[in-house]
Ligand binder design. Structure first.
Ligand code: TZP
Ligand code: MG
Length: 207
């Protein structure tokens, strides 16, 4: 399981329609063709879809992931996990407890964001499949993002948890992705590195 998770975290693309200047299904299709290894549906914040429109977009994006054999993870929306038959769910520190989630979804992938040692000490990491560590670099994508923690946060986590699947998040692009991997992450996750790329194929290759 852990080996499969680590491989899936390698190039982990996250987005919702609010991040896209054109059709999100086209963007995901291009990214999947180019070789992303996982996708997270994060439909939230200003200009995001709600209700049935959100569900319908989720289904389309899920089908693209299925076609390309990559895990489809939903962000926060516990209510979407079953209707979308998602492969997993990613939550932050302020969301539903991961112990509760594990009871609800015994076999799904569960990811948890951790930004500092306090959060790590107070999180039951044994029930999660991977941690998202960040924001590593400054980002404008998430309005309530915490201060950047740098690749040192990856180094710290890797020392403390030699076998834990870890993915970096926040401000990761084609120029700095390697530094995140070199610090010990299993992979990188990113929104704007793809949604604003002129050439999605090239951006995924470089990442
Ligand atoms: N969580 C921490 S930073 C972030 C999220 C969802 C946004 C990442 O977006 P980008 O565009 O890759 O910096
Ligand atoms: Mg959240």
């Amino acid at each position: 399981m852990s080996h499969y998770i680590k491989q899936s975290l390698r190039k982990y693309f996250i987005m919702g329609s609010q991040n896209c200047s054109h059709d999100p299904t086209e963007i995901l299709e291009s990214a999947a063709e180019a070789g992303i290894t996982a996708f997270q549906f994060r439909e939230k914040g200003p200009k995001s879809l709600t209700g049935n429109a959100k569900l319908e977009l989720g289904k389309q994006l899920r089908d693209i992931c299925r076609k390309h054999h990559i895990p489809f993870i939903v962000n926060d929306d516990i209510d979407l996990v079953t209707p979308l038959d998602a492969d997993g769910i990613h939550v932050g520190q302020e969301d539903q407890s991961v112990e509760e989630l594990r009871k609800m979804f015994p076999t799904k992938i569960i990811g948890l964001s951790v930004s500092n040692s306090y959060e790590v000490e107070n999180s039951p990491l044994q029930v999660v499949d991977y941690v998202g560590a960040g924001p590593i670099f400054a980002t404008n994508t998430k309005s309530d993002a915490k201060a950047p923690v740098g690749v040192e946060w990856i180094t710290t986590l890797r020392k403390q948890f030699p076998d834990q699947p870890i993915v970096g998040i926040g401000g990761i692009n084609t120029e700095n992705a390697l530094s995140v991997i070199e610090a010990g992450a299993d992979g990188v996750s990113f929104i704007t590195a793809i949604t604003t790329a002129n050439d999605i194929n090239l951006a995924v290759q470089r990442l």
